[in-house]
Design a protein around this ligand. Structure first.
Ligand code: SF4
Ligand code: SF4
Length: 154
């Protein structure tokens, strides 16, 4: 998000440390940082907290990730000012959050791996179930070869 000039070299992506003097990392990037935003979430502590997380994930283009015990909502939505050539369409008047972002520690080479990552409501539901199993519910299958015991009529 630093210069957004001349994004025409993406297919030939150098390592950060191999950049030559005068070159900008953004010239080789697909503008990763302009295609999403992430917001911190309260850490879920109770079973019902996960229901809110499930609601987030019922929306398209969302994900939830956990990094160093901090929970985040990820919204995959590119900025409407991102141009087809991956330049910023409002560079001179871009928001402060874009001005503050620097190539020094940006996600140029990040591989998007997290401690935990949830993409679907089912995934967060399953995780919540593992943390807070429903009381009395036996999640184990019957042992192979053993017939299911049925209640006898009285
Ligand atoms: S992720 Fe880094 S290199 Fe890519 S556009 Fe953003 S600031 Fe530039
Ligand atoms: S305003 Fe410009 S720099 Fe900021 S996210 Fe949008 S395209 Fe990127």
């Amino acid at each position: 998000m630093v210069t957004k000039l001349g994004h025409n070299k993406v297919g030939n992506k150098p390592r950060r440390e191999d950049l030559r003097p005068g070159e900008c990392l953004c010239d080789y990037c697909v503008a990763k940082c302009c295609r999403y935003f992430a917001l911190p979430l309260d850490t879920p502590k109770r079973r019902k907290d996960f229901d809110t997380l499930r609601w987030f994930l019922l929306h398209k283009h969302t994900a939830i990730f956990v990094e160093e015990k901090a929970w985040y909502l990820l919204v995959n939505s590119e900025c409407r000012e991102l141009q087809p050539d991956r330049r910023c369409g409002i560079y001179e008047t871009r928001p402060q959050i874009c001005r503050d972002y620097s190539t020094v520690d940006c996600e140029y080479e990040d591989d998007w791996t997290y401690d935990l990552y949830f993409e679907t409501p089912e995934q967060i539901e399953e995780y919540a179930e593992s943390r807070f199993p429903a009381r009395g519910k036996n999640i184990r299958s019957p042992r192979p070869g053993l017939p299911l015991l049925k209640a006898r009529p009285k």
